[in-house]
Structures are given as C-alpha cells and as structure tokens.
Design a protein around this ligand. Structure first.
Ligand code: G3P
Ligand code: CA
Length: 264
C-alpha cells in the first residue's frame, strides 16, 4: 500500500470536471475551472506538460494546433509541439477563441495559476501528468509546486489533491516524493494480481468508463483502491457508473452528474 494516505471524508460520488467544465468553456483554461466550480464540481481534472524552458503549463494535446491560434502567431515555426515553445512564447497564444468568441484571449495557464484559481473556487485538483516516457523531473516539479502551498499540502492530506498518469514509473516517483498524496493509475482493466501490485504504490485506479463494471469496482475496492471513471457524459453512462459504485465521475458536464446525484 502507498504509505500514509489518510482516509478521505468526502461526498459519496466525487464530481470531477474533465479539463475543467470542458463542455461549457475552453478546456484546461482558468475559465473552464471557474465554470466547473459554478456547475457543482468537487474537483477539476487538468493536464500538465513541460515547456521548452522547463515550466509547467496546462494543456491536453502534445501539439498546439487544435486549441490555440499557433498557426497565425508563429507561421514560420516548423514545430507545433508544446515542448518546443518557451512559456513566454506560449503566453502570446489565444487558447479560448477556438471554443467561442466569448473566450477570446484566454491564455494557456501555468499549473501555478490553475492551482491558485482552483483554490479560490474551492475545487480539489486531479492533476494528470502527460509524459511520453518516465519523467522524474516532472514529478519533482509537481512536488515542489504542491509543497510550496500550505493549502495544497493540506488538500493532499485530505484527498482533495490527486496525481494521475498513464505512466506508472513517473507516478511511483510522485508516490515516493509525496507519500501523503493520493496517486491514480490510468488505463486498462487490471487483473487481481495486477491490482495487488498497483495497491503497493497507488491509491486508486481510474479507467475509461467502458471498462467499469460492478464486479471490477468490487475487485478494486477489495484491494483497498478507489476508482474514478472517465469521461462520463451521457445520462445513461452517468447512471450506470453511479449504480456500479464508483467513487468519482470524471465528466465534461459536472452539472449533469451533480443533477443525477441530487436525485439518486
Ligand atoms: O481523467 C482521465 C482522462 O483525462 C484521460 O484521458 O485524454 O482526456 O487526458 P485524456
Ligand atoms: Ca486528462
């Protein structure tokens, strides 16, 4: 088991806004985080990447094309990869207009800005580390960020800060460096044998919602692990995951999940 992860006092099903309230505002922006709080989310999920100069920014894709105006601002640049731009260069981009004119000028936030916004909105944080391969430096940077703020140190102890990744090596590094913070493994369905191994270094498993069944939730719970399913958007899927007994629902529509919980 991961050491010193405290019991968590929390609502029966935690509503997690995926990339912020990404059906209502441009994903992974401060506007999406503020909207998530307004729509009843308990936590916000966000994706973290490193820039060319080692800063941490919040963006899902490895490249900038889909969610920013990078082609217009940097027409001569060959690379569109986040990791090839410095923070100062990324700050010139508009990460809101692609979603709608009301969001024109929304910047790509740094992780620090996102955490400040979540703190002021009363949201917990589910931080996803987007890594191509094991990245202990990213793990260390996350640790530094969390430890610098008493609010997030306390949130970690209370289970309102969770770090997740598909990369279990980086996740294990987080577990070693921040033993009081919950970590979550993303991905496939695990056998009972694999669940025993995961339970040594993580506190939960977060699978795609189509992999969630009542018996899988039961097996995961039997190993002392919690489970959040993603990305759960339809009424039918929301109802099914609540019925199957998951601990949290990661959704683009936190208001929909909150409404289902109110009547469940
Ligand atoms: O929270 C899990 C989910 O966010 C993983 O998929 O592609 O949306 O980062 P993705
Ligand atoms: Ca994510």
């Amino acid at each position: 088991r991961q050491a010193a992860v405290p019991a968590v006092r929390r609502p029966s099903v935690i509503v997690v806004a995926h990339r912020g309230a990404s059906a209502s505002a441009p994903e992974n922006t401060l506007a999406a985080l503020r909207t998530a709080a307004r729509l009843g989310a308990h936590m916000a999920e966000l994706d973290v990447r490193r820039t060319a100069d080692g800063e941490l920014v919040v963006l899902h894709d490895p490249t900038l094309r889909r969610t920013t105006n990078v082609d217009a601002v940097y027409p001569a640049r060959r690379s569109r990869r986040v990791e090839d731009f410095t923070l100062a260069e990324l700050r010139r981009l508009d990460a809101g207009s692609w979603f709608g004119p009301a969001f024109e000028g929304e910047p790509i936030p740094t992780l620090g800005e996102a955490m400040t916004t979540m703190k002021s909105c009363g949201l917990g944080a589910l931080i996803e580390l987007k890594v191509r391969r094991r990245d202990p430096e990213l793990a260390q940077r996350i640790v530094d960020q969390v430890c610098a703020d008493a609010h997030w140190r306390a949130a970690g102890a209370e289970g309102r800060l969770i770090v997740q990744s598909f990369d279990w090596v980086t996740l294990r590094a987080i577990g070693r460096l921040l033993p009081g913070v919950r970590t979550a493994v993303l991905g496939k369905t695990h056998t009972r044998y694999a669940l025993r191994r995961v339970a040594r270094y993580a506190a939960q498993i977060n699978p795609h919602h189509l992999r969630v069944t009542a018996s899988y939730v039961r097996h995961v719970h039997e190993h002392g692990l919690a489970m959040f399913g993603w990305t759960v958007n339809t009424d039918q899927a929301i109802r099914r995951l609540i019925r199957d007994g998951v601990d949290g629902i990661i959704t683009d529509y936190p208001d929909r999940v909150a409404a289902h919980l109110a009547i469940a």
